[in-house]
Design a protein around this ligand. Sequence first.
Ligand SMILES: [Zn+2]
Length: 301
Amino acid sequence: MAFITKYTLNKLCADIDLDFQTTVQDFENTVFNNSQIYYLLSSRQNLYLFVYASLLKDIGGFRTKYFQFLKPKEDRLFYVNDDSGKYKYHLSMDCPMMNNNFKDFVIPTIIRQSGVEAIMEFRNWWSAMGFSLRFVTQEITLEKIKEEIIAKYSQKYGPNIIGTEFQLYANIPNTGNLNIEDKFDFEEFKIELNQLIKEHDINFTDEHWRNFSKLSRLIHKDDSEIIEILVDKYDEIKIFDRFEYKFLKNKLLIADNLKSQILMLMQKYLRWNYEFSKIDFDIKTLNDFGLECCKNCERSS
Ligand SMILES: [Zn+2]
């Protein structure tokens, strides 16, 4: 028996980087029978939904068919836990780590800058101290962890061992238990989805604007970078002779916003459609995807 949280499912799907292009048929068969969404979303977003649906539908089948396309994920040496794909699965739905699936703790900047050896030493110490579990079970506070880090490392790295990264600890989201699935109403879902598609049609009226909408991810870049890319891409039509940057940026923002809403809605639908809260995943398959058993569950089993 193995369970994963919504958080882990989302992360896993985002990390599964396939060298593979989903077709409209793949989308309609596995995700949702509506080609409008497929043509509206970017290929990356379509792939994400395709992986999301496939894992829920039949994770073993997905492994057999697509494993060869999978690119390995690297540990960024940023978090306390190795994030090269070691997400956790749980053997029991009652595991406290499952109910508080927190974002990982960030390794203090000074240590991160001191090289791999220092990072590994810190990680080992963190693990030996059991901070993650103790934090989740509310046995220890962030303040106390901070004190422990200072006590242990200030001599080596100076009194300002804790930098701004400690603020990140405070933002650890509680994604909640997978038992508490959002309520889902299929009819309402279809209405909401059509509304979003309609809004997109109103804002992106012809083929040119619809292609422009595909660039929505640019909105996460700096202004100078966005301008550079647009100038380059629309070199022939001299886009900035026709439209002001402010207007174009707003268009990107609208597109990005609508697509994010569609993605969220589709994920909700897929979890409902494939009954995520009841899925008992196969342990061997999860191991193949680089997940490992939660330490707390391992000890209790
Ligand atoms: Zn667990």
